[in-house]
Write a protein that binds this ligand. Structure first.
Ligand code: GSH
Length: 461
C-alpha cells in the first residue's frame, strides 16, 4: 500500500462507527401508493426489466461514465415502491389522518412497532423523519414539540402524542373501522393475556440488554429463562402469533426487539436464538412474522442491526463464542465473495444471483444518487473533496457497471483502479443500511460488489 492509501486507510479506520455517519440518501420517495398494488406493480416492473441486465461483456480499464450507466439503466431508473422511502402512505384514502415522527434511519425499535401497526391497519399517514441523538441533532421544532426529543411521536387531530405504547392504544381507539389488533373487550382471557404479555416483553428486553452489556445483572441464564417464558406464552393460544392465529398489537410490540435479539445474541454472545429447535413456538412466530409483507418491508438485517446497536445501547460483551457468527455477518469468512452463495433468510431463498432484481436495485441507487454517494464515501478521507474524489467516483462507476452486467466486464480492474477507491468502497460497504438504503437482497449485492472492488484492487480492508 502506498503512503497516500495508507494514510487514507488510517483515516477510514478512525472514522466513527456506522451509526455516527449519515445516510447517503439513496431515497427515491414513492408516496401515496397502496402496499398491495405497489407489490403487484413491483412484480410487473421486475419482469419487464430483467432484459436490461446481462449486456455484452468486455473488459476495460476505464469505467463507463455516469451518463452511459444511466443509459444502460434505461427505463429501470424508476424503481419499484420501497416502504422505507415513502413519505406519505395513503392506502385507499385521499389524505393522511396523522403525522408519524420516526427516526431517519429505521433503527429505533419503538418507532418500528408503531410503523408496523400503521401498515397492518392501513391507517393513512405522513412521515417526518428525525435524527436519533447518536446520529445527529434534532430540529428545534421537534424539541419544542417533544422536549425529551424521544421518538416516536404522532400528531393526531392537532394533538401530539409521544410514547409508543400510548400511541398504539390511541390508534386502536381512534381507528375502529381499521383492522382491530386488540381482542374484543368481551374476550376477558385474551385481554388479561395482553397485559401480561406486554409486561413480559419488558422483562425480555431487560434480560437481553443485561446479557449483552454484562455487569452485575447480566447472565445468559436469566436471558434464556426470559426466552423460555416467551416461548411458553406463544403456546397458550396455539400460535403462531401471541394471541393465536391472528397477528395482533402484541406481535407488533415484540417484533422489533425479537428482531434485534436474534441478530445480536449470536453476534456478541455466540448463542443462536432462532432456528435451534430449543424454542419451537418462537421459531414458528419468527416464520409467521417473516411472511407478512409489511414487516418484511421494514425489518432490518443482521449486519445493520449489529453495526448500529452499540451507539444506541452502549458497549456489548464480545465473547469468543460469537467469532464465527461475526465472521459471517461481517463478510470475513468469504460470505461477501462473488459469486454469492445461495441462502435462505427472512426475505426468502436467494440463489446468490440476487432476489427480486437485487442487483438492479443496487445499481439504480448508485447511479441515480452517485453525487451524494461519492461525497458520502469520500468522508473516509481526512481531506474531503481532494483528487481522491475522482478515484472514488471511478471506483463506484466500476461497481455500477459490474452490478448491471457482471464483474467479468471489468477484468482489467486491478491494474487500473487507484487504491483510494478501495478505501471509499469499504467505507460505503460497511454503512449500507437495511431497510433505510436498500432492501436486504440489494444490500447484500451492493456490499458484495463493493467488497469485490476492495479485493480486486489488492486491499484487504
Ligand atoms: N418509552 C419510549 C421509549 C422511546 C425511546 O427510548 N426512543 C429512543 C429511540 S429507540 C429515543 O428517541 N432516544 C433519543 C434519541 O436517540 O434521539 C417509547 O416507548 O416510545
Amino acid at each position: 500500500m502506498d503512503g497516500a492509501a495508507a494514510s487514507a486507510a488510517g483515516a477510514a479506520a478512525a472514522v466513527p462507527p456506522p451509526l455516527l455517519s449519515r445516510p447517503f440518501s439513496f431515497s427515491i420517495n414513492f408516496s401515496q401508493r397502496n402496499l398491495c398494488t405497489a407489490y403487484s406493480q413491483r412484480v410487473l416492473q421486475i419482469r419487464s426489466r430483467t432484459r436490461l441486465i446481462g449486456m455484452a461483456s468486455s473488459s476495460r480499464q476505464t469505467a463507463p461514465s455516469w451518463e452511459e450507466l444511466a443509459k444502460e439503466l434505461g427505463e429501470a431508473k424508476e424503481g419499484p415502491f420501497r416502504l422505507s422511502h415513502a413519505n406519505t402512505r395513503l392506502f385507499e384514502n385521499s389524505a393522511p389522518a396523522l403525522t408519524f415522527y420516526r427516526d431517519n434511519s429505521s433503527w429505533c425499535p419503538y418507532c418500528e412497532r408503531v410503523w408496523l401497526q400503521l401498515e397492518e391497519k392501513c391507517i393513512p399517514y405522513s412521515v417526518e423523519k428525525i435524527n436519533m441523538n447518536c446520529y445527529g441533532s434534532k430540529p428545534d421544532w421537534y424539541l419544542q414539540m417533544i422536549p425529551s426529543g424521544l421518538l416516536p411521536a404522532i400528531k393526531l387531530a392537532g394533538k401530539v402524542i409521544p410514547e409508543s405504547l400510548d400511541i398504539m392504544m390511541i390508534l386502536e381507539d381512534s381507528f375502529p373501522e381499521h383492522k382491530p389488533l386488540l381482542p374484543s373487550k368481551t374476550s376477558l382471557e385474551k385481554w388479561n393475556a395482553v397485559n401480561l404479555l406486554l409486561k413480559q416483553e419488558r422483562r425480555l428486553v431487560g434480560a437481553w440488554l443485561s446479557a449483552l452489556r454484562g455487569g452485575m445483572w447480566g447472565s445468559m441464564d436469566s436471558f434464556n429463562k426470559a426466552v423460555d417464558g416467551v416461548d411458553a406464552s406463544l403456546k397458550q393460544f396455539g400460535g403462531p402469533y401471541f394471541l393465536g392465529q391472528e397477528f395482533s398489537l402484541v406481535d407488533a410490540v415484540y417484533a422489533p426487539f425479537l428482531e434485534r435479539i436474534s441478530a445480536s445474541v449470536p453476534y456478541w454472545l455466540g448463542q443462536r436464538v432462532r432456528g435451534t429447535g430449543k424454542w419451537p413456538a418462537l421459531d414458528a412466530w419468527f416464520d409467521a412474522m417473516d411472511s407478512r409483507p409489511a414487516y418484511q418491508a421494514m425489518k432490518s438485517d443482521d449486519f445493520t442491526i449489529t453495526h448500529t446497536l452499540e451507539p444506541q445501547i452502549g458497549k456489548c460483551r464480545l465473547l469468543p463464542e460469537g467469532a464465527a457468527y461475526r465472521a459471517k455477518i461481517n463478510g470475513k469468512d468469504g460470505s461477501w465473495d462473488l459469486p454469492l452463495k445461495p441462502e435462505t433468510t427472512a426475505w426468502g431463498h436467494d440463489d446468490g444471483t440476487g432476489k427480486n432484481n437485487a442487483k438492479l436495485e443496487a445499481a439504480r441507487s448508485l447511479i441515480s444518487n452517485h453525487e451524494a454517494i461519492v461525497k458520502f464515501a469520500s468522508r473516509a478521507f481526512t481531506t474531503p473533496g481532494t483528487p481522491t474524489t475522482t478515484s472514488v467516483d471511478h471506483g463506484f462507476r466500476f461497481v455500477s457497471h459490474a452490478l448491471l452486467g457482471g464483474v467479468e466486464r471489468t477484468r482489467e480492474l486491478p491494474v487500473s483502479l487507484p487504491k483510494e477507491a478501495a478505501v471509499a468502497a469499504a467505507y460505503l460497504r460497511d454503512r449500507v443500511g437495511v431497510p433505510r438504503d436498500l432492501s436486504y437482497p440489494a444490500a447484500r449485492q451492493l456490499r458484495a460488489h463493493l467488497h469485490w472492488l476492495v479485493k480486486a484492487s489488492g486491499s484487504d480492508l
